[in-house]
Write a new protein. Sequence first.
Length: 104
Amino acid sequence: MGNYINVDMKALGSAEAALLAYSLTRKKYVDEMKQMVENAGAAWEGDDTSAFKLKWNAMSASDGVFTLTDESIDNYVSLLSAAHSKYKEAQQESVEQASKISGW
């Protein structure tokens, strides 16, 4: 037999939870920054304001850095969640098969 995959289920679950918490915190801060930019625009006018808002809006666009980063983090959370579920499932199946062989 010799070869097997050793997975620390607790660590995998902790990584998933930590990344999800990071994602939620990050989204909260981005929302706060968006609000600050909107509020600053009320008191700040001119070419600089327009140029700044243009760049800011580009970062929030569907192909912007905020959106793409959120998508990447969300995809990684989904990947960790799927891996955690699959390993948990495989672990349970392994225990069930072993109990059938040994007559538990």
